[in-house]
Write a protein that binds this ligand. Structure first.
Ligand SMILES: [Zn+2]
Length: 312
């Protein structure tokens, strides 16, 4: 009789522990946001359709999607305003970031990092950034940096440089990112990865140069490192890939606001999270992240501009 009761108790304990494991596993949310600096949408799609970007293609072939988004919240299509919109979902009238002025910061409390932390401090935050200027990433994200424990920019990490000392080889950025992924296999996390090299090639050699092609291929190889890791680890990480701005056709510049600079690539390995609306916006990325991480909407009631809502 006692043995039977003990057996029943053991069975109940096993069921409860099993249910807890399933609950915890189900609630683990893992997201990588990849920014690629200055990837012109038309140039990207041409290279994709001619088979020059096999890893972006692999992401699409494995159930992902490649589409585009529009910049609507700032006028000058340059890096600091683009990064500000990607990392806040807010227009430059609120972020105050209208150009690449040195040393400016997004006002305290507006970034996706700070708001995710405020909504759920159990989400592990990481950033690895392959470009180093007087405006990104340190100054722009100065208020977010203290709450990102796993922060690597080119001041506390020395990747191989690419074209100029201000830009990192994207493959080294991905290899560093694997350290974060290995540390956080079982945790909910939000990791930002930033590849700078198309911007370096575009400014030095122009958009229609072989060096610009090679820079996009460099980001493709870097993406491959992440996709290989995800495959080996049977990972279900959700991913969005986008750009801070496009490129003025055939030039070494991108700050003139034209269709080519306003239109940016938007890719995901999980089409369900960017399924609507048909016209997508750069400002929608952050609200999509808030929905993904189930952050209560009262934390981001200031994101009200047209189109700046979750894409699913
Ligand atoms: Zn840029």
């Amino acid at each position: 009789m006692i043995r039977k009761s003990l057996l029943s108790l053991l069975l109940i304990a096993i069921i409860i522990i099993g249910a807890l494991i399933i609950f915890i596993a189900k609630d683990t949310r893992q997201f990588i946001l990849i920014g690629v600096d200055g990837m012109q949408y038309d140039h990207f799609t041409t290279m994709l359709s001619t088979g020059k970007l096999p890893n972006y293609q692999r992401l699409i072939d494995n159930g992902g999607i490649a589409t585009s988004a529009q910049i609507a919240g700032h006028i000058e299509t340059s890096t600091a305003p683009g990064n500000a919109e990607i990392f806040t979902g807010l227009p430059s009238s609120i972020t105050t970031i209208t150009d690449n002025s040195c040393g400016k910061s997004i006002p305290e409390g507006l970034t996706v990092f700070e708001r995710l932390y405020g909504g759920d401090s159990s989400i592990a935050l990481g950033l690895i950034y392959g470009k180093n200027t007087c405006y990104v990433p340190q100054s722009l994200l100065a208020h977010a940096k203290p709450i990102i424990p796993w922060w690597f920019d080119m001041n506390n990490f020395s990747p191989k440089s690419y074209i100029s000392p201000s830009y990192a080889d994207s493959k080294d950025i991905s290899l560093k990112a694997l350290e974060f992924l290995n540390l956080n296999k079982k945790n909910s996390f939000f990791l930002t990865i930033y590849y700078g090299v198309p911007d370096a090639a575009g400014h030095t050699y122009g958009e229609n140069s072989t060096q610009y092609d090679e820079a996009l291929i460099n980001t493709d190889q870097a993406l491959g490192i992440l996709l290989d890791w995800m495959k080996e680890n049977d990972s279900k990480i959700s991913m969005i890939i986008t750009s801070d701005h496009g490129w003025n056709e055939g030039t070494t510049e991108h700050s003139q606001n034209t269709t080519n600079t306003r239109t940016i690539p938007l890719l995901s390995n999980d089409p369900s999270i960017i399924s609507s609306p048909s016209t997508k916006y750069q400002c929608s990325i952050v609200p999509t992240l808030y929905k993904y991480f189930k952050i209560k909407s009262s934390i981001y009631t200031d994101i009200t501009n047209t189109g700046c809502f979750s894409m699913y």
